[in-house]
Every structure is written in structure tokens, then in C-alpha cells.
Design a protein around this ligand. Structure first.
Ligand code: AMP
Length: 398
């Protein structure tokens, strides 16, 4: 069976067609600038060249239609007809407390997702638009929603409650949810396989370090704490997001900079993180590294603050689990930037972490990075959220 995996944003849509048996990617790509002038489809069949088609896509339905046409195209398509798509797996950002696992898409399920829109106003409505457009075009194909938050629903209340009046949790469900759950789940299971141990016997800390970044404590296969909260703004210093700050800074800055709540949220989401710390130089670590090598102190400072925050969270999660067996790095930075991994691990000697500095100089591979005598193992495991979504989808529609 082939599974179409769709990750729909407000103006973009990423897709992969995956053979569920061999787990091979048959084709992948993205639609950009949906509903905006200059929209285009980037399509790449396995082993083939990338193809770019510029064409108006006023709605998500038109974007998905273009994807489906590309998949069955006589020349560059990879299937003969849409009957060869056995199911569709949709990424959904927020499942609130309603979804502790993936779910088959039904009218009731969609209603429940819609009730979570308040919790992720930028993401969930876009995910729903993608699902509804797909349903219109493929009404008889089973579909599954896979939630970024679901894996973290095992967190105990000690980890998910904020120190706020309890009534806000009761009335509005203000609590920590966590994100990147599909990635944390995939990577924690995969590293257990690579270590040859049951995931149910491991204390794992997964560091998903990309433009958005989070750390997760996975004890015996379950998420017991993670650094993102009600929204993806909490936790680590990120590309442009602040991560943890003293909440009183909001009032202080509102007065000093004459900002309203929208202005403040814009600063915290878009102008902070390593971008803000580097005085607006870049949110991309490659730029920061190049600048730091040329003596740019702001770039070096931004990287140092990012790394220190990750190390602090690892220490906190080792405490939360009363120990740690393996620390795993994944996502854009975690998989590619050996200097980030080296600097983070330099804080962790007290835990029994010894990094093999030569082994660490690799990119994007499943590989052990610690020395053979390191008490705590360190691994790099490339994440694969699309494959994880395809597996979840297959399991539910089988
Ligand atoms: P992601 O959000 O997972 O795509 O990760 C984006 C981050 O990964 C950016 O800060 C990039 O600079 C970083 N990144 C991606 N590729 C590389 C690379 N080859 N070397 C260093 N950093 C990289």
C-alpha cells in the first residue's frame, strides 16, 4: 500500500508518497505560496530530477490537485492512478488533551481538532484546510491525523502544570503540551533499536535541534517531560523564538518600547532567539558559524547561549528521570552541526558523557558519537517525521 503524507501550512504544503511495505519514498515535494502570487509546485520522483511548475494555486484544493496530477503524470508520475494511494496521513499540530494518539479522520474527529484551534491558531486551521481539501478530492480514501502533541500526553501533571491559578487549567486547558512529538517518538524508538535494547528499559533524552527546537525526556518509551509548552515558544532558544524568559519582561518591554501584546508576541516569535542575540545577523546557524569564524562576537554569543540552554535542559531531564542512558541529537542542527554537539556535550562530563571528537565530525547518519567507555551514550539519529506519519497511518487503516 502507498501512503500519501501531507503536512499543510497556511501557504505551503509538503508531501511524500511512501510505499508502506518497503518504506521507500516514491516521490516528494512541496507547494509554495498557496493563495499568494507566484505559487509553484516542486516535485521530485525517486531517483529523478526536481521539477518546478509555476502555476496559480488560489486554494489548497488546487494545490493538492496539482500534487495528485504530478503523482499520476504519464512521464514523471510514480503511480498509474489514485487508486494506488491506499491512505493519506496528515500532520496535525495540536491535539490538545483530546488526542493521546493518532486518529482516523471522521467528522467527529475533525470537530474535536477544530476545538483545539484556539491552542494553535496559526497551525491547526491550516492543517484542517488541507484535510478538507484532500477529502473533497479523494472522498473514498481513508485518512489519519497524526498529532505533534500526542506523544507528550503521557507527561505527568507535575510536568505539564504551570504555576498559575489552577482554574485556568480547568477553564481553558492552559498547560504544557509539547511539540515535535512525532520526531521525539520516532527517534527514541529508533535509538533503542540501534542499541539493541527495548525502549521500555531506556532513559533517553532526545534533542530535536532545528529552527524550532525542543528537548524531550523519554522514560521507558514514554515522554515524561519536554521543553515546549502550551505553544512552541517555550523552552530552548530557537532560530527566532526566545524560549524561556521571565514573564515580567513583557510588562517591562511594553512600557519601554511602547508595544502592545501583538507587538510583544512578534518580538518573542520572530525577532528573538539566535536571530535577536546576533543583532539580526541570521537565524541560520551556518551564517552564525561563518560570522563567528570571522570574529563576529554577536554570532559567537548567540551560538553559546543556544548551546548552554540545551545543556541545562539535558541536566534537568537527567534529574527528572533519575539518570540517563542515551542522549540523541536530531533535526537540521542536531544532524549537521558537529560544533553545536561538541559544545553541548562539553557541559555533560559530570553525567558520564565522553564524546568521541572524531566520530562526532559527521553529518546526517545513524551513528554513535560517544567513546566506547562513555557511561552515557550519545547518538545522532536523523529524524523522519514523514515515515513516522506513514507508519502510524498504516497501523490505523490496516
Ligand atoms: P530544521 O528546522 O530542522 O530544518 O533545521 C534548520 C537549522 O539547521 C538551521 O539553523 C540550519 O543552519 C541548520 N543546518 C541545516 N543544515 C546544516 C548544515 N549542513 N550545517 C550546519 N547547520 C545546518
Amino acid at each position: 500500500m502507498n501512503i500519501l503524507v501531507i503536512n499543510c501550512g497556511s501557504s505551503s504544503l509538503k508531501f511524500q508518497l511512501i510505499d508502506a511495505v518497503s518504506e521507500a519514498v516514491l516521490a516528494k515535494g512541496l507547494c509554495e505560496r498557496i493563495g499568494i502570487e507566484g505559487s509553484r509546485l516542486v516535485y521530485q520522483p525517486a531517483g529523478g530530477e526536481k521539477e518546478i511548475t509555476e502555476s496559480p494555486m488560489p486554494t489548497h484544493k488546487q494545490a493538492i490537485q496539482m500534487v495528485l496530477d504530478a503523482l499520476v503524470n504519464e512521464k514523471t508520475g510514480v503511480i498509474k492512478s489514485l487508486a494506488e494511494v491506499g491512505a493519506v496521513g496528515h500532520r496535525v499540530v495540536h491535539g490538545g488533551e483530546k488526542f493521546a494518539s493518532s486518529a482516523v479522520i471522521t467528522d467527529d474527529m475533525l470537530k474535536a481538532v477544530e476545538e483545539c484551534n484556539d491552542l494553535a491558531p496559526l497551525h491547526n486551521p491550516a492543517n484542517l484546510i488541507g484535510i478538507n481539501a484532500c477529502k473533497e478530492l479523494m472522498p473514498d480514501t481513508p485518512m489519519v491525523g497524526v498529532f505533534d502533541t500526542a506523544f507528550h500526553q503521557t507527561m505527568p501533571s507535575t510536568a505539564y502544570l504551570y504555576g498559575l491559578p489552577y482554574e485556568y487549567y480547568e477553564k481553558y486547558k492552559v498547560r504544557r503540551y509539547g511539540f515535535h512529538g512525532t520526531s521525539h517518538s520516532y527517534v527514541s524508538k529508533r535509538v533503542a533499536e540501534l542499541l539493541g535494547k527495548p525502549v521500555t528499559e531506556l532513559k533517553t533524552i532526545v534533542c530535536h535541534l532545528g529552527n524550532g527546537a525542543s528537548v524531550c525526556a523519554v522514560k521507558n518509551g514514554e515522554s515524561i517531560d519536554t521543553s515546549m509548552g502550551l505553544t512552541p515558544l517555550e523552552g530552548l532558544v530557537m532560530g527566532t523564538r526566545s524560549g524561556d524568559i521571565d514573564p515580567a519582561i513583557l510588562e517591562f518591554l511594553a512600557k519601554k518600547e511602547n508595544l502592545d501584546i501583538n507587538g510583544l508576541m512578534n518580538v518573542l516569535n520572530k525577532k528573538s532567539g539566535v536571530f535577536g542575540l546576533s543583532e539580526g545577523l541570521s537565524s541560520d546557524f551556518r551564517d552564525l558559524e561563518n560570522a563567528a569564524n570571522e570574529g563576529n562576537e554577536a554570532a559567537a554569543r548567540a551560538r553559546a547561549v543556544f548551546n548552554y540552554r540545551v545543556a541545562k535542559y539535558i541536566g534537568a531531564y537527567a534529574a527528572a528521570m533519575n539518570g540517563v542512558d542515551v542522549i540523541v541529537f536530531t533535526a537540521g542542527l542536531g544532524e549537521n552541526d558537529h560544533l553545536v554537539r561538541e559544545d553541548i556535550c562539553s557541559y555533560l562530563g559530570y553525567l558520564g558523557v565522553t564524546l568521541d571528537l572524531d566520530a562526532n565530525k559527521v553529518r546526517g547518519k545513524e551513528v554513535e558519537l560517544s567513546t566506547s567507555d562513555s557511561k552515557v551514550k550519545v547518538w545522532m539519529v536523523p529524524t523522519n517525521e514523514e515515515l513516522a506519519i506513514a507508519r502510524e497511518t498504516l497501523a490505523l487503516v490496516k
